[in-house]
Design a protein around this ligand. Sequence first.
Ligand SMILES: Nc1nc2c(ncn2[C@@H]2O[C@H](COP(=O)(O)OP(=O)(O)OP(=O)(O)O)[C@@H](O)[C@H]2O)c(=O)[nH]1
Ligand SMILES: [Mg+2]
Length: 396
Amino acid sequence: MCVVLVQKIYNFIEFCVRKTVLLPAIFASFIFFWEIIFFKIFIAKMPVHKKKTNGLASILIQDRFANPKTNKKLSAKHSITELTGMSILNEKLTIENKHIFNSKDALDNNSEIEANYDELMLSLDYSKSIPPRVPYDLVDKGEYKLVELDVFNKWKYLKRDFIFERNLEIWRQLWITCERATVIVQILDSRNPCALFNEDILKMYPSKKHILFFNKSDLVESPQDSLNKIIDARGNLDGISGYYSYSSKGSCFDFPLSGIIGLIGYPNVGKSSTINLILKEKRVKVSSTPGKTKYIQTIETPDFTVLDCPGFVFPKHSKIDLILMGILNIDQITDLSSHEKYILSFIGIEKLRKFYNVPESQNDFLTAMCLFKGWIKTKCLKTIVKDFANGTIRYD
Ligand SMILES: Nc1nc2c(ncn2[C@@H]2O[C@H](COP(=O)(O)OP(=O)(O)OP(=O)(O)O)[C@@H](O)[C@H]2O)c(=O)[nH]1
Ligand SMILES: [Mg+2]
């Protein structure tokens, strides 16, 4: 009797334990299992959106126009690619015994591969202000990016004394714009048409229609002068199918447009503003900070298509010239005071004296301006450069 009672109590306790512990445990592991499955399928595949910060913008600007001396990480990266890019590729080709040429003309011999590689490298024109485009039909698809980077590094190394766009990804966008466009429009700042006009674009794409747009005409006395300066510099207008002078901050746009129009030019010359003027509405972003447009923007209308290309700094200028022309931001220069003489003579002391109402004195102009305004030299210089670059101080 006692044994039966104990047995019954035992069964009852076991039943309770099963109900209260085992079942929740099974239930919990079931939930846990499905959570893992759900995370793997949905959450892990969701794109991660990082919060945009000003830091990102400055990193992008630094990446495009970084001063190797002030950015150790980038300078190391650049110096290595510039100096060893070619030997790395040769090594890679030799070690992997890969063909850089069309597989139809398959070559088994390493020396032949190197000879053809050298032949390709030598056949390209590195003298232009635009990196040479590697022909697609000469290079095996798998090796194309490697060869393209190597060619770009060689070109970059040859232009190392200038300030220019160093990001291959951005140059690809210029090539794509020019290749897709039926009409290539160079947008020039009316104040500096000759410095910003790129003759190499005409030479590299001779079959395209080339047009010049002189923007910011409100900042010059006589818009016709901008065209005359180009004619004086070139001697003629050969290869240029048309030109138009305007201000995207006012005038209406009546230039006939058709086909695929690629707008190219230096940063901040008003490419995006011109597009908004043409389309009579704000379709692309405009900013006074150079380098706003980062990727090609395609705008289609029933009559024509417009391609808004990022701005390019071609390897022709010094940093201070680019800053004075408003192409680079003033924050890109750290040694502004070392250019004091150049800046003052470039703008003209008399013009500056009149503009800032600085009285004549025994001191040199900048000291007189410092005393008059109660500012330090750096602030005076920065103000002068900013006012000149954004057109507050006029050229004429
Ligand atoms: N005074 C004047 N300013 C202009 C004119 N057109 C554009 N701007 C100004 O120039 C600055 C640059 O204009 P954007 O249209 O962004 O120039 P962008 O060539 O697209 O520049 P990126 O995208 O950096 O290559 C802005 O502050 C505009 O307001 C113009 O005709 N006259
Ligand atoms: Mg733009």
